[in-house]
Design a protein around this ligand. Structure first.
Ligand SMILES: *[C@@H]1O[C@H](CO)[C@@H](O)[C@H](O)[C@H]1NC(C)=O
Ligand SMILES: *[C@@H]1O[C@H](CO)[C@@H](O)[C@H](O)[C@H]1NC(C)=O
Length: 393
C-alpha cells in the first residue's frame, strides 16, 4: 500500500515535470511566433520558432496567428527530425525595396520532408513598384527580382489554402521536389504585372495542383525541363498567359518533360489557353506524354497552341528549326470561346515534326469580326476525332 502511494507520487511528479517542460517549449508541439519576443517584424521570431520545431522529434507546428507582420528575406531549411507544419493565418508583408533581397527569393523552403504549409494567410510580395522598373521585357537576364515562395528539394508535402499576392517575380518556384501538392491555393496579381508566373515547376516529380485559383500577369502554371508526373486538376486561370509547357530548348542539357496531365480546368481572358512552346535553333530536348482534357476557355486568345517558333522580343534566330522533339500529346473535350479566329494552332518544328498528336472534340467558338474560326497545323499529322468547331488541320 505504502509502496503504491510512493510510486504513484513519483509517476505524477514526473508527469508534472514532463508537462511543465513541454508547456515551456509551447503546448502540444505548437510553436507560436508571437511567443518568441517579436513585435511587428517576425523574421527573427519565425527563424527561431522554426529551429525549435524542426529539432522536435514529434510532429510540430509553427504558427503565425492572424495579424499583419513584416517579414524580410528568409530561408526555412530542413532536414527536420519529424513532420513539420507552418500555419500562416496572418498577412505577411515583404520589403517593398527589391534591393533588400539580393535576388532569388523572399521565402525559401529547402530540404524538408513531410512538410505542410497551411492557413488562411497571405504572402504579400508588394511587387507593384518593382514591376514598373523591371527590365525582363528587354533583357535575357531578369533573375534579380525575388520570387515570393521557393520550394527547393521538398518531399511528401502539402501546401493548402495559402494565398500569394503581388510577387515581384514568379509567385512560386518548385525545384527538385517529389510528391508535393498544392490544394485550394490562390495566386493573385494584376494582369499587367511583369514576369509574375503563378507556379513554375522544374526538375520535379509527382507535383499535384488541385482546386486552385491563379490570376496573374504571366503564365498561370509554367512547366520547365525535368518535370515528370505533373497533375493539374480543377484550376481556374485568368488573367494571365495560360498553362504552358516550356519554353524548352533555350539551354543545353535540358532533361525530358513527360507525364503532364491537365484536367477540368477553366481559363478566362488569358492570352493563351493550353500551350507547349520551344525556342527555334539553339538546343535539343524531349517533351512527351502530355494530355489536356475537359478544359473550358472563356474569351481566350490562343486556346490550343503548340509553338515551336517561340521567340519573344526577337531574342533568337528563326533561321533554324527547333531541336525539341514533341510527341504523345492529346487535346480532348475543349470547349468555350476564343478571342481570335485561330482556335487551334499547332506549329511544330520542320526539323523534328510532332508525333502522335490527337485532337478530339474541340468546340471553341469565335464570334468576332475576323471569322470564321479556323485551325492551323504545320509539321504535324494530327489524329482527329469527334466534333471540331474549327476546320483546317
Ligand atoms: C505524398 O505526400 C503525402 C503528404 O502530403 C503523404 O500523405 C503521401 O503518403 C505521400 N505519398 C507517397 C507515395 O509517399
Ligand atoms: C472541376 O473543377 C471545379 C473547380 O474549377 C470543381 O468545382 C469541380 O468539382 C471539378 N469537377 C470534377 C469532376 O473534378
Amino acid at each position: 500500500m505504502g509502496l503504491k502511494v510512493v510510486s504513484s507520487a513519483i509517476i505524477s511528479f514526473s508527469l508534472f515535470l514532463l508537462l511543465a517542460s513541454t508547456a515551456k517549449a509551447q503546448s502540444k508541439g505548437v510553436f507560436d511566433v508571437t511567443k518568441y519576443g517579436s513585435d511587428k517584424d517576425i523574421t527573427e521570431a519565425l527563424t527561431n520558432a522554426w529551429k525549435d520545431a524542426c529539432a522536435s522529434t514529434n510532429p510540430s507546428k509553427v504558427l503565425i496567428p492572424s495579424g499583419t507582420y513584416s517579414l524580410r528575406k528568409l530561408t526555412l531549411a530542413g532536414p527536420c527530425k519529424a513532420a513539420i507544419e507552418l500555419q500562416v493565418d496572418g498577412m505577411l508583408k515583404a520589403p517593398v525595396d527589391p534591393n533588400q533581397f539580393s535576388g532569388g527569393h523572399w521565402v525559401n523552403f529547402g530540404h524538408v520532408d513531410k512538410f505542410t504549409l497551411s492557413g488562411s494567410g497571405t504572402f504579400d510580395g508588394q511587387g507593384k513598384a518593382a514591376w514598373s522598373k523591371s527590365t525582363c521585357q528587354k533583357d535575357k537576364d531578369c533573375d534579380s527580382l525575388p520570387m515570393n515562395l521557393r520550394f527547393d528539394f521538398i518531399t511528401n508535402a502539402l501546401v493548402r489554402d495559402i494565398t500569394t499576392l503581388d510577387s515581384k517575380n514568379f509567385h512560386v518556384n518548385v525545384l527538385g521536389c517529389k510528391n508535393l501538392t498544392f490544394q485550394h491555393f490562390t495566386v493573385s496579381a494584376p494582369g499587367e504585372s511583369v514576369n509574375t508566373d503563378g507556379i513554375h515547376v522544374g526538375q520535379s516529380t509527382g507535383i499535384y495542383i488541385i482546386d486552385s485559383k491563379i490570376g496573374t500577369g504571366d503564365d498561370c502554371i509554367s512547366v520547365g525541363d525535368g518535370t515528370e508526373e505533373l497533375h493539374i486538376t480543377g484550376v481556374t486561370c485568368g488573367p494571365g498567359h495560360g498553362i504552358s509547357v516550356g519554353s524548352l530548348g533555350k539551354y543545353p542539357n535540358e532533361k525530358p518533360v513527360s507525364g503532364i496531365f491537365v484536367k477540368n480546368c477553366t481559363l478566362s481572358d488569358t492570352t493563351n489557353g493550353v500551350r507547349i512552346k520551344s525556342w527555334p535553333a539553339l538546343y535539343g530536348g524531349v517533351a512527351s506524354n502530355m494530355h489536356f482534357e475537359d478544359i473550358v476557355m472563356n474569351n481566350v486568345q490562343n486556346p490550343v497552341i503548340i509553338d515551336q517558333v517561340y521567340c519573344p522580343w526577337n531574342q533568337c534566330s528563326l533561321k533554324a528549326p527547333s531541336k525539341v522533339k514533341i510527341s504523345g500529346v492529346s487535346f480532348k473535350n475543349i470547349r468555350g470561346t476564343s478571342a481570335t479566329p485561330v482556335v487551334v494552332q499547332i506549329a511544330c518544328s520542320s526539323g523534328f515534326p510532332c508525333e502522335k498528336v490527337e485532337l478530339a472534340d474541340i468546340k471553341v467558338a469565335y464570334s468576332g469580326p475576323d471569322g470564321p474560326a479556323k485551325s492551323q497545323c504545320s509539321n504535324v499529322k494530327p489524329i482527329i476525332s469527334g466534333t471540331m468547331s474549327a476546320p483546317g488541320c
